[in-house]
Design a protein around this ligand. Structure first.
Ligand code: 4AZ
Length: 352
C-alpha cells in the first residue's frame, strides 16, 4: 500500500478512536433535575457508603439530636465533638445516650438490631466548643467489632478545588422566605453532595474569620450545594488512588448553601496524631492529593445527579477501592481537554 494511504488510514482510525472516547465521556443530557437534597445533592445508593453511621443522641429533655459519623475501624466511629456538648462547653451526651447505626441507609427502615453499642465517647483534648469549634473531633468506641468495611483516612491535605463528597441525613431544604434551614426536611435516605474544596484565604474572607488551621471549607461561591443541620459529624470524602478516603467532618456554617458562604469541615489531618494514638489500626490512605484541578469554580448544572454511584466496597482494608472514578461533571470537561490535547498531538504527528 502506498505510504500516504497507510498514513491516512492510520489517521482515520485514530480519529475514530478519539470520537469514540469523546462519546463515551460526554455527560448524559436527558437526566431529570434532582430535587434539593442534603442541600442540592441526591440520595446515595443503598449501602454505597457502608462506613457512614447515623447517630441518634438522647438529650436530657427526651429530645433526639441527630448527627452522623464514619466507621474508621471495626470498633471505632469518628464524629464531631460539638454533637456531645452544649453551648457552655459542657459535655451533655455520654455513651449511654448514643444509638449508632453503622451502614444505615433508610432511616425509616432501621430496627434496634441495626444499632451498635457505644461504650465510650472520647472528645479531642483541644476541642473548644465555646470558642470556635476548633478541633471538632470525637471518637466513639463500640462494644463489639463490626464486619462493616471501615473508611480510610487521607494523609494529605486537600488541594483547592479538589472535589469532595459530603454525606449525611440532615436537612435538605431551606425556608423559601427566610432561607433558614427547614427543620421538617430531614432526609429519610442517606444523601450525598459533591463540592469543591475552597482555598483557605477565600474561606476566611467569606466566613469573616473564625476559621482555624484545623478546619477546611467546601462549596460553590454561588451556593446551592452544602451540608446542613443534622449532617454534623458526617464524613467529607475525596477520591484518591482508586478509593474514597475521609478528609473532613461536617462541622458548621453560616446558614446552609448560601452564596458567598461555605460549609466548614473539621480538617481530618489535624486530628491524625490523636486518632492514630487511640486507633492504631485506622486505615491511612497515603496517596498524594489530586494533581490537577478537577472542577471549575462554577457549580456544574446537575453535577451531583451525574455523579455515578459511590462504591459499595469503599475503603476495604487493602487497595481494593471504589468503582467510581472522578465525578462526571469535572471529568467531562477534563475529557474534552484531554481530547483536544490528543488531537493536537495527532496533528503534530501527522505533519512530521
Ligand atoms: C449543623 O448545624 C450544620 N452549611 C452543619 C453544617 C453546616 C451548617 C450547620 C454547613 O449541623
Amino acid at each position: 500500500m502506498p505510504k500516504t494511504i497507510t498514513r491516512r488510514l492510520r489517521r482515520f482510525s485514530f480519529l475514530l478512536l478519539i470520537a469514540f472516547i469523546a462519546a463515551w465521556h460526554s455527560p448524559t443530557q436527558a437526566e431529570p433535575r434532582p430535587q434539593a437534597r442534603i442541600i442540592g445533592g441526591h440520595a446515595a445508593k443503598a449501602s454505597a457508603w457502608p462506613s457512614a453511621t447515623l447517630l441518634k443522641l438522647r438529650l436530657a429533655n427526651g429530645d433526639t439530636r441527630l448527627c452522623a459519623g464514619n466507621l474508621i475501624a471495626s470498633t471505632w466511629i469518628l464524629t464531631v465533638a460539638h454533637c456531645f456538648h452544649d453551648q457552655n462547653n459542657k459535655q451533655i451526651i455520654f455513651a449511654a445516650d448514643v444509638t449508632a447505626y453503622p451502614g444505615a441507609s433508610d432511616v425509616g427502615a432501621l430496627s434496634p438490631g441495626d444499632s451498635a453499642t457505644v461504650v465510650s465517647v472520647f472528645i479531642h483534648p483541644q476541642f473548644a466548643e465555646a470558642a470556635d469549634f476548633d478541633y471538632d473531633f470525637a471518637l466513639l468506641e463500640l462494644a463489639y467489632p463490626l464486619d462493616t468495611p471501615a473508611a480510610s483516612l487521607a494523609r494529605a491535605r486537600p488541594e483547592t478545588d479538589e472535589l469532595a463528597t459530603a454525606i449525611g441525613w440532615g436537612i435538605q431544604a431551606l425556608n423559601p422566605v427566610s432561607l433558614q434551614p427547614l427543620s421538617g426536611s430531614l432526609a429519610q435516605q442517606l444523601q450525598q453532595v459533591t463540592i469543591p474544596v475552597t482555598s483557605d484565604a477565600e474561606c476566611r474572607e467569606a466566613m469573616g474569620g473564625g476559621v482555624t488551621d484545623n478546619m477546611l471549607c467546601a462549596g460553590y461561591k454561588e451556593g446551592g450545594k452544602d451540608s446542613c443541620n443534622g449532617d454534623s459529624g458526617g464524613p467529607l470524602m475525596v477520591y484518591r488512588d482508586g478509593r474514597y478516603s475521609q478528609i473532613g467532618l461536617v462541622s458548621f456554617g453560616i446558614g446552609c448553601a448560601q452564596p458567598n458562604r461555605y460549609g466548614v469541615y473539621a480538617r481530618l489531618t489535624s486530628a491524625l496524631p490523636w486518632i492514630t494514638e487511640l486507633v492504631p489500626q485506622a486505615i491511612l490512605n497515603t496517596a498524594p492529593r489530586a494533581e490537577r484541578k478537577q472542577v471549575s469554580r462554577l457549580a456544574p448544572e446537575n453535577s451531583d445527579n451525574a455523579t455515578p454511584a459511590a462504591p459499595t466496597n469503599t475503603n476495604l482494608k487493602g487497595d481494593e477501592g471504589a468503582l467510581d472514578p472522578q465525578p462526571r461533571s469535572g471529568g467531562g470537561s477534563m475529557a474534552w481537554l484531554e481530547l483536544l490535547g490528543l488531537l493536537r498531538l495527532s496533528r503534530a504527528r501527522v505533519r512530521s
